[in-house]
Design a protein around this ligand. Sequence first.
Ligand SMILES: Nc1nc2c(ncn2[C@@H]2O[C@H](COP(=O)(O)OP(=O)(O)O)[C@@H](O)[C@H]2O)c(=O)[nH]1
Ligand SMILES: [Mg+2]
Length: 268
Amino acid sequence: MGETTGTRTDTGHPGVGRVLVVIPTYNEADNVARIVARVRRAAPAVDILVADDDSPDGTGALADALAGADRRVHVLHREGKQGLGAAYLAGFAWARERGFDAVVEMDADGSHAPEDLPALLSAARDADVVIGSRWTAGARVVNWPLRRLLLSRCGNLYARLVLGMPLSDATGGYRVYRLAALDAFDLASVCSQGYSFQVELSRLAHRSGARIVEVPITFAERERGSSKMSPLIVAEALWRITAWGVQDRRLAVRRGLHGTPTGQVRWP
Ligand SMILES: Nc1nc2c(ncn2[C@@H]2O[C@H](COP(=O)(O)OP(=O)(O)O)[C@@H](O)[C@H]2O)c(=O)[nH]1
Ligand SMILES: [Mg+2]
């Protein structure tokens, strides 16, 4: 694994600081070298952490080779497939231990264009959380099948209605978080394993009063490898969003309010 600590003198991105791009991987052997090269080109001042769940296709070993050749590339080897949320939490902890100022979430399959990263990092100068949005003015979604488009649009609509968050893309996974803002999130409470992790963190960000900014991105369907999306992952997101909505309403009723100072609950 490459190391970042000790000898580093650079301060990373102006107004943001040292940035670690966390790329979770499970069976992304056809993508890992490409995505790392694209990130290095698009944002040379960031470090990259590949968080691999012991992919059977050898992604972890490929990532090790990349790390051996580039001091800004690192690998976190995890024991077996534990889900996207767990991989990101481990990546965030890794970043904190090494004194990074901000973390970026990015898929390995090229759907999140590294070329959009400079715009996200610019927005992070005046924000705690930046969400790369597929569903705001100026964004584009390329080659996604109709069922995925519908799932994303309906999922976002449901999350917005049930959780009352003024976000166009609460489910998206291309984001920048300032570590200092994450400290206010109570990450120990995170229970999502799959992609509902993104909604859960949107909710924690909103509740913590973090400054959230959405930036339009161009999202493209993967060209290599296969999606790890499953009916189980969709079901987890659906029931968790519903449970959070019920919890928020109970809280609001108990307090006799339609809004709380901490929860900022707004009923649809
Ligand atoms: N480490 C880790 N990465 C995962 C896991 N599940 C998915 N990923 C990664 O998460 C990212 C998004 O997954 P993907 O299959 O592209 O989902 P989709 O874009 O919704 O179809 C990719 O980089 C995957 O390799 C997991 O259990 N562990
Ligand atoms: Mg994908």
